[in-house]
Design a protein around this ligand. Structure first.
Ligand code: SAH
Ligand code: SF4
Ligand code: F3S
Length: 459
């Protein structure tokens, strides 16, 4: 931690201390929308609120402070947010509630304008670059009852040392880089998260070593484009994987998301060499058509994507892939869509996260010609889904009768006599077993497959 960071942390400590005079018996609730990066930010927000003296509430309706950590990757998120804000309007008075709005949506001007105009009871608006300032803003509100809107346009610095309250006891989220430089033509993220900034290797490695001491066996490295991580003095994402692999106690390392254009041979070698690195790779395809990929500004073709998959397969034993696909991008023809189906069949993804293209204000694709009618978008989505389900089922068959190490996460949500966990390949496995196995890795023989999970028995 450098001097500047230390000063920031000390400032925050003062805020935490002062806040405690105001927060006795007060509770908070965080509503997190969006991706794992937002989940990780919410964990930091929770950590800061608890240091201020707030306790976690069981629902937003009973809380004295509600934080919305928003996402705007697709259109429907806005309706969800404004609906929920509307619901809280009447309860707000009764609970003397403070409402805070943060996350990617608050970086959008039209959202802030709408909040100012139609939701004046929102007390604090903060952005993605200044979550560390939230305690100060809340304290200001508690002390002087002032409404605060503070959203930064400039990229925030990388702030280390914020307190954190993790949600998941099995897998810890570790953000390694912020922002995105890629400007895929459909995507809002570069506008809401700013340019790429990487954390220092030593800060990441210390955090993970500490997680291992706390008993975490699994970590997930996060960034919009993890393989463009820049650690300084030539230190790359591959170096980071190798150094994390050396940390004792960390058995499973996942990462999300790499960009196919930045997938170097060195990263492939590191994945192959490092036992702890999960051999299921999330490799976002977006489209299988070289024409559409060009319009999307993805910087690879269908052939380059397939060649990358073949290269990774030849070097990394037992590797498999998951992916993200957008259907109905402007200009996508039937033959472009068939290219996507073709890539899906050739690769045989274990899982596909499918999205119908959604217009985002201010992006290049918004202004493109030939937007696809909704009925065609849905028809293509359904065809892709049918193929994807079929593939997942086929992929799952290969696990039957194999013995898999499974990290046991807890009881199944639908049946408490059944335990649930995940294989090193991230497959959900349900099996009957005693509760003292929770948190441990056990060998399970897979006996059947059910599209979304595998069933097994402890051996
Ligand atoms: N940085 C990651 C993805 C982040 S967003 C990457 O490049 O892969 C997660 C996924 O949301 C994207 O992979 C994409 O499939 C989808 N997505 C992003 N913008 C979208 C839009 N405007 N409409 C539909 N899906 C979108
Ligand atoms: Fe969006 Fe593309 Fe950046 Fe991913 S790489 S966050 S899809 S702009
Ligand atoms: Fe959403 Fe922002 Fe993540 S737009 S997907 S929360 S980076």
């Amino acid at each position: 931690m450098d001097v500047k960071e230390k000063i920031k942390i000390t400032e925050n400590e003062k805020t935490f201390l002062k806040s405690k005079e105001y927060t006795i018996n007060l509770t908070y609730y965080i509503i997190t929308m969006g991706c794992k990066l937002n989940e990780n930010d919410s964990e930091k927000i929770a950590g800061m609120l608890e240091k201020m003296g707030y306790k976690e509430a069981t629902s937003p309706e009973v809380a004295n402070l509600v934080v919305f950590n928003t996402c705007c990757i697709r259109e429907n998120a806005e309706e969800k947010l404004f609906g929920k804000l509307g619901e809280l309007k009447n309860i707000k008075k009764a609970n003397n509630m403070i409402i805070c709005l943060g996350g990617c949506m608050s970086q959008e001007k039209h959202v802030i304008d709408k909040v100012k105009q139609s939701y004046p009871y929102v007390d604090i608006v903060f952005g993605t670059h200044n979550i560390h300032k939230l305690p100060e803003m809340i304290l200001e509100k508690l002390m002087h009852n002032k409404k605060i809107i503070d959203v930064w346009d400039i990229d925030g610095e990388v702030i280390e040392g914020l307190p954190i309250k993790r949600k998941n006891n099995n897998s810890a989220l570790v953000t390694i880089m912020y922002g995105c430089n890629n400007f895929c033509s459909y995507c809002i993220v570069p506008y809401t998260r700013g340019r790429e900034r990487s954390r220092k290797p030593k800060d990441i490695l210390n955090e993970i070593a500490d997680l291992s001491k706390q008993g975490y066996k699994e970590i997930m490295l996060l960034g919009q484009n993890v393989n463009s991580y820049v650690g300084g003095e030539g230190y790359t994402f591959a170096n980071l994987l190798r150094d994390i692999d050396k940390i004792e106690g960390i058995e499973i390392v996942r990462f999300m998301s790499p960009h196919p254009k930045d997938f170097t041979d060195d990263v492939i070698d590191a994945i192959a060499e490092c036992d702890s690195v999960c051999k299921v790779i999330h490799l976002p395809l977006q489209s299988g058509s070289s024409n559409v990929l060009k319009l999307m500004n993805r910087k690879y073709t269908k052939e380059q994507y397939l060649n990358l998959v073949y290269k990774i397969r030849s070097k990394v034993k037992g590797v498999s892939f998951t992916t993200d696909i957008i259907v109905g991008f402007p200009g996508e023809t039937e033959s472009d869509f068939e290219d996507t189906l073709d890539v899906v069949e050739r690769v045989g993804f274990e899982q596909i996260f499918m999205f119908i293209y959604s217009v985002r204000v201010g992006t290049v694709a918004e202004r493109m010609p030939d937007h696809i009618p909704d009925n065609i978008k849905s028809e293509r989505f359904n065809r892709l889904k049918a193929l994807a389900d079929d593939m997942t089922e086929k992929e799952n068959f290969k696990y039957i009768n194999t013995i898999q190490p499974v990290l046991v996460e807890g009881e199944s949500k639908t049946n408490p006599s059944v335990l649930t966990g995940r294989t090193r390949n991230n497959k959900v496995v349900n099996f009957v077993g005693s509760k003292d196995l929770i948190g441990k890795e056990v060998n399970v023989k897979i006996i059947s497959q059910h599209v979304w999970y595998l069933r097994g028995e402890v051996v």
